[in-house]
Design a protein around this ligand. Structure first.
Ligand code: EPU
Length: 320
């Protein structure tokens, strides 16, 4: 997921806004669209509008319109690392998964190959592409849900690696309307975070990944081992947002702390701490965003009471 917001002063779309959006995006705009359809948790109230631009020109005109008219907007990827509150999101949600999802090989040098992945392409597609092309570097991301844009914005990673280790450059759409490429040395990655010099992260359009040629059979073997270990340790099948909390810097993982606090299976409404991995909150079927947030608070309070440690959500909480 990646997010960039502007303004909060308007509360709903006017008829003129709706007309403009319909004229420009036809069946690629939905009004009062439940965000539960666009988040892996399957919770969340409606967004005033969800729009899927198909080109930079369309994206530019949408952002320009929103800024000129004081309409809040934000970009979401696959909604795999967000919780949208039950009252929903005011303004325009922009989806890049339809129009910005290509992956291609852009540069070759000795045994290095640069791959460009558009922000709306899935992280799993990037991993599969690299395996097909016998290129090493992104296997660590196998099984990380979501889009490339979201993975870069959150410096997604596992114990085997993180995006910051393979990103060579990124392309962003700046609020001024310019598309600018930033090399890795000018980017400020830290644990599960890409910080920006201004307070707002601009819209990420693409990532350039530096990968290395390798033996295809070895790469496939490594991939299947990673997937096997992930499936053995983490819940699959129930709606969730991956690991819910960041691992604290103290060294003990959030999953272990929550487990040791005796919270596996703890639930609020339809939200439950997974029995398989305690850092996963799952939606057992009928969860609301409020259930998830109440359970989150209960976990935070208990872990603080027992261990004196503050857990920080990795998942971003959006909306009203
Ligand atoms: N543990 C427990 N109980 C649990 C879960 C874990 O005691 O219920 C213990 C494990 O036994 C292990 C330690 O906690 O000793 C760490 O567990 P794990 O290997 O599962 O790694 P993690 O730190 O919980 C991180 C990433 C995952 C990634 C895995 C595997 C974070 C917050 N999480 O999990 O990423 O899949 O490593 O590499 O960094 C995600 O970001 O959505 C995500 C799931």
């Amino acid at each position: 997921m990646l997010v960039f917001c502007f303004g909060e002063d308007r509360v709903a779309l006017s008829l003129l806004d709706k007309r403009w959006l319909l004229d420009h995006f036809q069946d690629r705009v939905q009004f009062d669209e439940p965000m539960s359809r666009h988040t892996s948790f399957k919770v969340g109230g409606p967004a005033d509008a969800v729009v899927a631009p198909e080109s930079i020109l369309e994206l530019a005109s949408l952002v320009h319109y929103c800024r000129r008219n004081g309409l809040p907007y934000l970009v979401v990827g696959d909604g795999t690392n967000i919780i949208v509150r039950d009252q929903g999101i005011r303004g325009v949600v922009i989806l890049l998964t339809i129009g910005f999802n290509g992956i291609d090989r852009v540069e070759e040098k000795d045994d290095e190959v640069i791959i460009r992945g558009m922000a709306g392409a899935r992280t799993r597609s990037l991993c599969r592409y690299a395996i097909r092309q016998a290129l090493k570097g992104v296997n660590f991301a196998l099984g990380i849900p979501g889009t490339i844009g979201g993975a870069i914005a959150g410096n997604a990673g596992t114990t085997q690696g993180s995006m910051s280790e393979v990103v060579d450059a990124i392309e962003v759409f700046e609020p001024s309307g310019n598309v600018v490429r930033y090399l890795k040395e000018n980017l400020c990655f830290s644990y599960r975070r890409l910080s920006w010099k201004t307070t707002e992260l601009p819209i990420i359009l693409a990532g350039y990944f530096k990968l290395r040629r390798t033996d295809a059979t070895q790469l496939k073997k490594e991939a299947s081992e990673i997937m096997k270990s992930r499936l053995a340790k983490q819940p699959a099948g129930s709606p969730c947002a991956g690991c819910f909390f960041k691992n604290p810097s103290s060294g003990v993982s959030a999953g272990e702390l929550i487990d040791r606090a005796g919270l596996k299976g703890e639930s609020v409404g339809g939200a439950q701490v997974s029995f398989k991995h305690a850092n996963f909150i799952i939606n057992t079927g009928s969860a609301t965003a409020e259930d998830v947030l109440l359970l989150m608070e209960r976990i935070e309070k208990n872990v603080f009471r027992i261990f004196g440690l503050h857990l920080e959500p990795e998942v971003k909480i959006l909306g009203y």
